[in-house]
Write a protein that binds this ligand. Structure first.
Ligand code: NDP
Length: 331
């Protein structure tokens, strides 16, 4: 495992980390969640991602029980939470129970710490921008949580470059600590934000990135090409039709089919190639993996060694297979 600086901060996260969306407290049993965290930690993972909304607070409770049981030194790993949706979701939350205003951010932080069984959160993300709260209020609140020792770093998720810069301008104006990292989606099929929109702010503010859905919810494993809807997989789960419609498209399946031939030529599985491809981008601080089985995590860890096989020629061949003109990468 290699460790990468989270943007310009001195914190070093493992290049592969483990997330819990749709798995912990929902798709998988708590024993599997424990096996996944143990396997990850034993392989050098030092960052576990979570959010108040994941399984409506259950995901944090499951992770918190595991952290308590494992008794790992608190200074040997980092854990996150995210605030915005509330644990009931935007529709079922009262106005005080969601958003990025001071009341909810402070209460969400306290509640997440309790569920996760920790005395502080290493990373705390604003899960989405909040048009109803002045950015000054959110930046001040995050700054104060840092000075109170309740969080160590704060960041954003799915914010635009402009919104991130506004937060930095406020921080500069009042001499506050601005956002260190952004959590965007990034994979072979979803690239613009990370490669184009943020290209300047890696340099100007030293943005770090903890990227999500490196396998586009499993589509980049190639398994949705092999069977119409493989059994016991995320995109066959009830209530996730919207996610399936977004990811299992004719265009995406065609791209995966073409890239999978390159994976085969390199002697790699498609998920390993897809994760290694994300790791090749130096603006990615950590690739957050999701897994419903330990075998998947073991397989995906092979991406660390596979990076070496992704030479400039291979990267160019992947661009062609994705239907893009062979251009010099932006990094
Ligand atoms: P991926 O795109 O990698 O999807 C993970 C899923 O793909 C697994 O749960 C599994 O699902 C399948 N899979 C993984 N590896 C393999 C394999 N080797 N072979 C076959 N199937 C495989 O990542 P996630 O979408 O889970 O995102 C990672 C993390 O990012 C999340 O857990 C969460 O912490 C964070 N996130 C943040 C968001 C945000 O808005 N900030 C949004 C979404 C995620 P299955 O077996 O069920 O098919």
């Amino acid at each position: 495992m290699e460790y990468r600086r989270l943007g310009k901060s001195g914190l070093q996260l493992s290049e592969l980390s483990l997330g819990s969306w749709l798995t912990f407290g929902k798709q998988i049993g708590n024993n599997i969640a424990e096996d996944l965290m143990k396997l990850a930690y034993d392989n050098g993972v030092n960052f576990f991602d979570n959010a108040e909304i994941y399984s409506r607070g259950e995901s944090e409770k499951v992770m918190g029980k595991i952290l308590k049981k494992m008794k790992w030194d608190r200074d040997s790993y980092t854990v996150s939470s995210k605030v915005f949706f509330g644990i009931r979701g935007l529709v079922d939350s009262k106005p005080t129970q969601k958003g990025l205003h001071r009341k909810h951010v402070v209460e969400a932080c306290e509640q997440a710490m309790k569920r996760l069984n920790v005395d502080y959160l290493d990373l705390f993300f604003c899960h989405r921008p909040d048009k109803e709260t002045p950015i000054e209020e959110t930046v001040w609140t995050m700054h104060n949580l840092i000075t109170q020792g309740k969080i160590l770093y704060w960041g954003t998720s799915e914010w635009s470059a402009q919104e991130i810069m506004e937060a930095h301008m406020v921080a500069r104006q009042y001499n506050l600590i601005g956002p260190t990292m952004e959590q965007p989606q990034y994979n072979m099929l979803h690239r613009d934000k990370v490669e184009v929109e943020f290209s300047q702010i890696y340099k100007t503010v030293g943005l770090g990135t903890t990227i999500w859905s490196p396998l586009a919810s499993g589509v980049l494993t190639g398994k949705y090409n092999k069977a119409k809807m493989p059994k016991n997989t995320r995109l066959g789960m009830e209530g996730l039709e919207w996610l399936k419609d977004k990811n299992v498209t004719k265009d995406n399946l065609k791209k995966v089919e073409q890239v999978e031939q390159i994976a085969g030529d390199l002697g790699l599985s498609m998920p390993v190639l897809a994760v290694a491809w994300c790791l090749k981008n130096p603006n990615v601080s950590t690739v957050m993996l999701g897994a419903s089985k330990t075998a998947q995590l073991k397989e995906n860890f092979k991406a660390i060694a596979a990076k070496e096989k992704l030479t400039p020629d291979v990267m160019e061949a992947i661009e062609k297979a994705l239907g893009n003109k062979p251009i010099a990468p932006a990094f």
